[in-house]
Design a protein around this ligand. Sequence first.
Ligand code: FO1
Ligand code: CA
Length: 301
Amino acid sequence: MKVVVLTGGVGGAKLVLGLQHALPPGDLTAVVNVGDDFTHLGLRVCPDLDTLLYTLAGKSNTEQGWGRAGEGWRFMEELRSLGAPDWFNLGDRDLAIHVLRTAALAQGEPLSAVMDRLRTAWAVPTRILPASDQHLATMLDTDEGRLAFQTYFVARRCEPQVERVVLEGVDAAQMAPGVGEAIAAADGVILAPSNPYLSVDPILAIPGMAETLRGAHVVAVTPVLPGRSFKGPTARMMTDFGHAVDSGTVARHYAEVANILVVDPDETVAGSPIRIAHAPVTMNSLDEKVALAEACLRLLQ
Ligand code: FO1
Ligand code: CA
């Protein structure tokens, strides 16, 4: 069963790992947000692509969500001693991927080709495609002015109030080679439980994407976790935008693109414009990730 999953970093990568276990090798393509990408100290950093690559290769720091397991920080110590900016942490192991990617991009290799080489080197069976090979930058209009994504997220810890998300460069961007073909050939498309505004929208906004998805069977998974303790940037932004922090907000947000929204059995969604399905959405263990993946695949059959 051929499946395409549209995903951001941490939250989405957990479901993609479950899907990788649930599907035969070669059946899964991940289309990944590039709006978080930026150039730092001359290095091209692609957090969502790398988070997914590390997760699918079994090399991610699972407590932190991003970055490498068994990471070392001597490069950062050295930077600090030299008085260089240290607000964004580049680990010693993580550094390898940024150096290789930056060098390859400078030689004219497209981002999609670079990422395909890296996932092949680590025998990752899932195709990892950037949503676009062009630069598009997620910017946030906030009460502190317009902030670049990593400034808002890492340097300012999501504290500024967000008024609007602006995707710089999106109108000139194209889907990366293989993205449209993978969606056209897929039995279904899954929207991973990533931040709808910061991770999934920057993929959906690429010219041609909405048209490509129109005929597809699309199942979205809510990023809203059960219980009253759901926090983090997704909850914060729902509040900033004047919406309730619940899956009803997600259902209305995805009404034009998704056929079904998967929410936790503990959550009731009233008046959803799309079909609601229930499956446990907490993904702490690998078993929970695979179980949610299998629930999504059943909905695509
Ligand atoms: N997130 C942080 O909160 N602090 C960091 O210092 C940091 C460094 C970092 C380095 C490489 C990388 O691929 C991701 C990194 N992230 C860091 C996560 C990154 O900012 C992601 O965009 C967020 O997790 C949102 O998806
Ligand atoms: Ca992200």
